[in-house]
Design a protein around this ligand. Structure first.
Ligand code: BES
Ligand code: ZN
Length: 414
């Protein structure tokens, strides 16, 4: 009796943790996709299941709740993990696809790379090289320059459009300065009557087939200007990381992308277009980092930085915490957690599409910069040293996820 109860409890835990089931009571069951390798392990032994369609990686099956239960148990029993099978019907319904399209998307699309495999930091010498090339003065100058030249960066205005063009020119000039001609500027139209397009800068890695690494922030301001913190701070942070990465001379195995999203303030419009473009080009990413407000150092928060916990990948977020401890020397008690409670910024666009995303933030949600969206969101409220912690965290993120190639000698003081 006790054993049966344990088994029932265990099974339901498996089911809850392995599948987010949206059961209907259709007697013939719902559509699922199951990795072929796991199906092969159990086929003919305890279960006989006939796939309706087979792709190179996955099979489409129609399963009753009982079959789902047995399958989940079997995979868990034999493989020891949740087996990565999912209710494709929910996805098809949510994404407005046919089942065949959803299967194809699931087999090749980003949901199978949405996991982030926890790893330990491996490249201290290369991270230190990057950190040594960061400049707080340059960060402050860049943000001051943005505010002076593009006070209004609205997605609706000519000035907002000019800012988008300027970001592309910035990357081109940087490449010219260091003699690199492989830096790619990709403009991604926002459409919908917006004047401003998103800009993605790509630094090609040695193996472009490997999943890439992306850091981004939104380029646009809301109704009021100059948006020093929201999101001049994030835009400047991404520019500083682009500059430091290119200037470091480091080479990476993976493509590194720097994204500037248009029209975030209009409902994450630009980032959704960017994500669609990545999906269409079947570009996979190991991790996505969002920067939206990094410049306000709240006197009410004893913590040094915060990690947003909703609409993010928890493993990637934990990895950020590890990086902050190792490379910024921040103790765990000074790393806070906070949540928006809604899709508050562009990380949500990536997260919804199945890409692993993380979002380090300036303060706890309750204590964040209250001047956002007002004409008081100005430089005077910005702490450059505070913002530089987020830059440093991004530098560690790029190096540790980008997989540098070639040897770098430890930095010495003589
Ligand atoms: N930077 C803000 C929002 C924000 C607030 C991010 C707190 C992180 C923590 C962002 O630009 C914004 O205003 N977002 C909108 C939602 C968006 C979908 C239009 C918001 O929060 O209302
Ligand atoms: Zn913002």
């Amino acid at each position: 009796m006790k054993k049966t109860l344990t088994r029932v409890l265990f099974s339901s835990v498996i089911l809850i943790s392995c599948l987010q089931l949206g059961f209907t009571n259709a007697p013939q069951g719902r559509f699922y996709m199951v990795p072929n390798q796991y199906l092969a392990m159990i086929q003919g032994r305890s279960l006989a299941l006939a796939p309706l369609a087979v792709t190179p990686g996955f099979s489409l099956l129609r399963l009753t709740p009982e079959e789902v239960q047995s399958l989940s148990e079997e995979i868990h029993h034999r493989v020891g993990i949740c087996g990565g099978f999912s209710d494709i019907q929910v996805q098809a319904e949510q994404r407005g696809m046919t089942l065949a399209q959803a299967l194809e998307w699931q087999a090749h699309g980003p949901s199978i790379i949405s996991r982030f495999e926890p790893r330990a930091p491996q490249y201290p010498n290369e991270v230190k090289r990057m950190l040594s090339g960061l400049s707080a003065d340059r960060w402050a100058q860049t943000l001051n320059g943005i505010i002076a030249n593009f006070e209004d960066r609205s997605a609706y205005t000519e000035s907002g459009k000019k800012f988008s063009l300027w970001l592309g020119q910035f990357a081109q000039q940087l490449g010219a300065q260091v003699g690199r001609n492989d830096i790619q500027v990709i403009n991604i139209p926002t459409g919908g009557g917006y004047k401003q397009d998103s800009v993605v800068i790509r630094l090609p890695g040695a193996d472009p087939k490997e999943p890439g690494v992306l850091l981004g922030g939104h380029m646009d301001t809301f109704e009021k200007k100059p948006g020093a913190d929201d999101d001049g701070s994030g835009t400047t942070t991404v520019l500083e990381l682009l500059t430091a990465t290119v200037s470091s001379g480091l080479k990476f195995k993976r493509d590194i992308y720097f994204a500037f999203y248009a029209a975030e303030e209009r409902g994450l419009v630009g980032s959704q277009r960017v994500v669609k473009e990545f999906e269409a080009r079947r570009i996979t990413l190991k991790g996505v980092l969002q920067y939206d407000m990094t410049g306000f150092d709240s006197p009410r928060d004893p913590q040094e930085l915060f990690l947003i916990t909703d609409n993010v990948n928890p493993d990637l977020t934990r990895f950020l915490s590890v990086l902050a401890q190792k490379y910024l020397g921040i103790t765990p008690d000074r790393i806070g957690q906070t949540s928006c409670g809604y899709a508050c910024s562009d990380h949500a666009s990536w997260h919804r599409a199945g890409y692993p995303a993380a979002f380090p933030f300036e303060a706890s949600f309750n204590n964040m910069n209250r001047t956002l969206h007002t004409d008081r969101d100005v430089m005077a409220n910005i702490s450059v040293p505070h913002a530089m912690k987020f830059v440093a965290l991004g530098a560690a993120f790029i190096v540790e996820l980008g997989d540098p190639i070639g040897q770098v000698r430890p930095l010495t003081w003589n």
